[in-house]
Design a protein around this ligand. Structure first.
Ligand SMILES: Nc1ncnc2c1ncn2[C@@H]1O[C@H](COP(=O)(O)OP(=O)(O)OP(=O)(O)O)[C@@H](O)[C@H]1O
Ligand SMILES: [Mg+2]
Length: 469
């Protein structure tokens, strides 16, 4: 059963239940109010009747009292009216009139007179009667009993017809409300089920590999929010997919090129050995070592990234001196810089106190940034400054190298990102993994610090800032 059908089914059930309860409550209340009104009316008739009986007993002529007496019998549900003395003598029992004479008329005279009150009884022929009688006293303090017999059947008939009248209006209103409720149900189901269907369809398409598919966000409600989040998720999936493709193409090339180099060198060694030309073999062995080292560096970087991404790169925090670490990194690149005829200077203006950090990881960061500076500079100098300010220690690595195009400064910290500088004499984009700065940024941020870059046409400056605590 689809969500739409379930929603329609449950909402209609709910509507029917609510309408049923409202109808029952209405009928119950209406019946109670109609029967209360009827009782009130009967009581009023009885009281009026008792007044007439008193008049009849007091008035010498009694003639005018007959007229009143007769008017009671014009009320259809009244069968019989009588006024009697306490002795049982009828004052006016045989002079009454009914516009629609009932077959039961005159047949229920009760002697001795009934006690006062209202009660239901059954006539001799089985007709249901509502008897009402009241005691009153005339001017001579004689006791007179006024009584009225109502036809229970006619009373109920009248109550039924007034209930039917008010019910038909009520049910007309209830039907319109139910129809509106049904229309509302359909609209609500549409509003809820359609976006869910669209979401389901979009999830199916993305599952089938169509990562460009997006859901139009038409509202700012929860469903619009969900659609927006779904689109964000699809964006991330697409990003990951592209990253995976980049990674695969980069990894296949970067792993294959040193392996090809190793194969080539081994091939040459084999040929040299066959020819007996052993003098050139050490040169080829050195070449194999270099390619293997490159391969190892690449694999190490990949492992680092996988550790970062799985959150398994713990830091061994201890007291560390940035100046010592930077000095070590500068010395490591001294030979490389000399080989490229570059001036490599390390400037420390003040005493640099110890800070807390992981020495090996911080060395890795400094080695990558200083290594990059030497790698991407062909003439001029590389200057490394260290400075301490209250709360912060900063390392600045300035080079006079190729520089970084303005739009690229934000990208170089992404995984596998390398700029194809495309200038002669500089390393091509394929040399290096493009992971060094990604790893460096992660380590710096783990220490609570930040890395920033400024670059123009000539040279770049990387600033690494660390909080001292
Ligand atoms: N000082 C610099 N001058 C010019 N370009 C730089 C400099 N430092 C980094 N870059 C650019 O940023 C890219 C990313 O640097 P990153 O250190 O992440 O990778 P890599 O040096 O190419 O590889 P790896 O560090 O793994 O050897 C480099 O390929 C380079 O294009
Ligand atoms: Mg690097």
């Amino acid at each position: 059963m689809s969500i739409r059908s379930k929603l329609i089914f449950f909402m209609l059930m709910l509507l029917a239940a609510i309408s049923g309860i409202i109808a029952l409550l209405f009928l119950h209340n209406e019946w109670a109010s109609i029967s209360a009104n009827s009782q009130k009316k009967n009581l009023q008739i009885l009281v009026a009747m008792s007044e007439v009986c008193r008049e009849i007993s007091d008035a010498p002529g009694k003639r005018y009292a007959y007229r009143y007496f007769k008017t009671f019998l014009k009320t259809p549900e009244i069968i019989q009216v009588s006024c009697r003395e306490s002795s049982g003598r009828g004052l006016m029992e045989d002079v009454y009139y009914h516009p629609q004479p009932s077959p039961f008329l005159r047949r229920f005279k009760t002697f001795p007179p009934p006690p006062t009150g209202i009660w239901e009884t059954r006539g001799e022929n089985g007709v249901e009667i509502l008897k009402a009688s009241l005691k009153v006293w005339d001017a001579q303090k004689r006791e007179i009993l006024a009584s009225v017999d109502f036809s229970t059947q006619l009373i109920y008939q009248e109550m039924d017809s007034s209930l039917r009248q008010s019910s038909s209006l009520f049910f007309a209103i209830l039907s319109v409300a139910f129809a509106l409720g049904c229309a509302g149900t359909l609209i609500i189901t549409r509003v809820i089920a359609n976006p869910i269907q669209t979401l389901g369809e979009a999830a199916r398409m993305i599952g089938a590999g169509r990562l460009d598919h997006r859901i139009p966000v038409n509202s700012k409600d929860e469903i619009g929010l969900l659609a927006g989040q779904f689109n964000d998720m699809a964006d991330r999936l697409k990003e990951f997919d592209e990253m995976k493709k980049d990674f695969m193409s980069s990894i296949t090339h970067d792993l294959r090129s040193p392996v090809t180099g190793i194969e080539l060198c081994a091939d040459i060694i084999g040929k040299l050995a066959k020819k007996g030309d052993h003098g050139k073999i050490p040169e080829q062995v050195f070449c194999i070592t270099e390619h293997s080292q490159r391969l190892n560096r690449y694999i190490d970087s990949l492992l680092e990234v996988s550790r970062i991404e799985s959150g398994k790169m713990p830091l061994e925090i201890k007291a560390v001196n940035l100046e010592d670490l930077a000095d070590r990194a500068v010395r490591a690149f001294k030979a490389y810089a000399e080989q490229k005829h570059l001036k490599l200077e390390f400037i420390v203006g003040q005493d640099i106190p110890d800070m807390r950090g992981d020495p090996e990881r911080l060395y890795q960061v400094l080695a990558n940034v200083i290594g990059n500076a030497v790698k991407f500079t062909n003439s001029g100098s590389i200057s490394i400054f260290i400075e301490a300010s209250p709360g912060w220690q900063k390392v600045r690595v300035c080079d006079t190298g190729i520089g970084i195009p303005r739009g690229e400064t934000g990208n170089i910290f992404s995984k596998f990102y390398r700029i194809n500088h495309g200038k002669q004499g500089y390393p091509s984009a394929r040399q290096g993994t493009g992971l060094g700065l990604f790893i460096a940024k992660f380590i710096i941020e783990q220490h609570g610090g930040k890395i920033e870059v400024e670059s123009g046409d000539k040279g770049s400056t990387f600033t690494l800032s660390f909080p001292v605590q």
